[in-house]
Design a protein around this ligand. Structure first.
Ligand code: AHR
Length: 539
């Protein structure tokens, strides 16, 4: 035991020395790094795989806590700079992420949302019983959401109300949104300021219908799904031909027990036997990194044990995706139906002093690592997983952005999403890797995780995460299929696993430049402990 601790301490100080010496330019290969401190990786850039769909980098904005109100919407009369009520600072930050789609209005909220209350001059004030029991002003409704999509340059992923709504209500919403002909609803949309039909790229048919969405059995949900799929039409003429068609997403599993595998099996079996009159294009899956329920892990002020436990739990995403993909393969070997992980992320204890129904939490370096690991898992399953939405975009759960009145801070997770932008719509390139191990107590994890991809211009990108919070890693990457000249990018780390960006120290966790050494076909790079690194290779 003493020996183990002593060895461990020795490695920590070695890692720290490396981190201190090589923070800005990590081009130096480690002179005498032992096998334990180096990782060999090989990439054959000529082996292009599936497209890493840009929709894997989707966001989720629910009417929950300060996710929409305050986080996005401040109203046109606010002193906070805004465009038609939508915060300019939030829009600018999100534009840099090239957000491909935003899921709205929920979540559990969606199954109690009645769209007519969110249009026109007089908005009904309702309640939000799911999330803190607060009042819902309905000030942010259909037109405001679509304006927000325009401002950030993103696609709308609208979830319709199956739990307490009707196919007719949802069908009328879609007619209101998309009809080009002068129907009464289209004229009402025009009178409310938008004569042209809106583009609705994705339609979610219910949310967690097995739970907050109505506690339905898979069979009951299927009967609802068929009716909604049949009657909720998109009339926008520009969306009639492929590939512009609106894609419909059915409720899928929320875990990996038999309850969830049966759900996937039942819904996919029905899909295989579908008729001309109903169909869907995606099956939703929700999976949070929470470890135990109710969420009790702290989002800041934790140590290495919690860090390792959360990462162990988040890596379960791979098995979950594989389990449900295998069931989908049985009924859909051609992978026509996408697995849509439209709620994922770390879910921790509410911040002390906040309304527990607001799901407010901080966002640490641990979450940056968590985000990278999940994005890597999705990329490795890119043939089946073609859309994902982190929960949630602003001020709620694993957010990109935190706001406090006029102040805004970008979280470590935001930085990972920004660093991963080049992977949007890039082609997956397989990486062979001897990952090594990182052990904390009785938890052993891979020490390093990596993905690679080629963008549309053919440039090779590598994303490499060092999970080990104590030791640097010397990566020696063998590159085949390209003639590499140089490589550079960004790395994200911080002094502690629970380092956060606060309103007082907004740049405590911020990416910095990194350069790799390229010699012949070998790329050498030193990864700092607990870091996420993205580099591109110049040819
Ligand atoms: O993201 C918070 C909630 O988690 C969503 O409303 C619900 O779908 C899930 O249970």
């Amino acid at each position: 035991m003493t020996q183990t601790l002593a060895r461990h301490r020795g490695l920590v100080s070695f890692g720290r020395r490396l981190a201190l010496g090589l923070t800005l330019v990590s081009a130096v290969s480690l002179p005498s790094a032992s096998a334990a401190e180096s990782v060999a990786l090989s990439v054959d850039a000529s082996r292009k795989g599936a497209k890493i769909d840009r929709n894997l980098f989707g966001q989720f904005a629910e009417h929950l806590g300060q996710g929409v109100y305050e986080g996005v919407w401040v109203g046109p009369g606010s002193a906070i700079p805004n465009t038609r009520g939508i915060r300019n600072d939030v829009v600018a930050a999100l534009k840099a992420l090239k957000v491909p789609n935003v899921r709205w209005p929920g979540g559990c909220f969606a199954d109690e949302y009645h769209w007519r209350k969110g249009i026109g001059r007089q908005r009904a004030v309702t309640l939000n019983p799911n999330w803190g029991g607060v009042t819902e002003s309905n000030a942010f409704g259909t037109h405001e959401f679509m304006d927000f999509m325009d401002q950030i340059g993103s696609e709308a992923y609208v979830s319709v109300n199956v739990g307490s709504g009707t196919p007719q209500e949802a069908a009328e919403w879609l007619e209101y949104l998309t009809a080009a002909q002068p129907t009464t609803l289209a004229k009402e949309r025009s009178a409310n300021g938008h004569p042209a039909p809106y583009k609705i790229a994705y339609l979610g048919i219910g949310n967690e219908s097995w739970d907050c969405g109505g506690n339905m059995t898979p069979e009951y949900y299927l009967s609802q799904l068929k009716a909604y799929s049949r009657f909720v039409r998109n009339f926008n003429p520009a969306q009639q031909p492929e590939p512009q068609r609106m894609l419909k997403i059915a409720v899928g599993p929320g875990g990996d027990g038999s309850r969830w595998t049966e759900w996937t099996d039942t819904v996919m079996k029905a899909w295989q036997g579908r008729s001309w009159s109903w169909d869907f294009d995606g099956l939703s899956m929700h999976s949070y990194t929470v470890v135990r329920w109710p969420p009790s892990y702290k989002s800041t002020g934790f140590g290495e044990a919690e860090y390792a436990q959360i990462l162990k739990s988040t890596l379960e995403m791979d098995r979950l995706v594989a389990t449900h993909s295998a069931i989908m393969d049985k009924y859909d070997p051609q992978k026509k139906v996408a697995l849509v992980v439209d709620e994922w992320g770390g879910w921790y204890a509410p911040l002390p002093g906040t309304n527990p129904g607001f799901l407010a939490q901080q966002n640490s370096l641990r979450d940056a690592v968590l985000a990278a690991l999940n994005l890597n898992i999705f990329a490795r399953h890119a043939e089946r997983v073609r859309m994902a939405n982190i929960a949630q975009m602003v001020n709620v759960l694993q957010a990109m952005i935190l706001t406090d009145k006029e102040k805004l801070v970008l979280t470590p997770t935001y930085h990972v999403f920004r660093m991963y932008v080049p992977f949007q719509d890039a082609s997956f390139v397989p990486v062979s890797l001897d990952a090594g191990t990182y052990t904390q107590g009785d938890i052993t994890l891979p020490r390093v995780d990596a993905i690679a991809a080629r963008d549309k211009a053919g440039k090779l990108w590598l994303a490499v995460t060092n999970l080990d919070p104590n030791r640097s890693v010397a990566v020696e990457a063998t590159l085949a299929g390209i003639r590499a000249k140089s490589a550079a990018g960004e790395t994200l780390t911080a002094p502690n696993v629970d380092s956060v960006n606060s309103f007082d120290t907004p740049s405590a966790v911020a990416p910095k430049a990194i350069v790799a050494k390229v010699q012949g076909a070998t790329l050498s790079l030193t990864l700092e402990p607990k870091s996420v690194t993205v580099i591109s290779v110049e040819q």
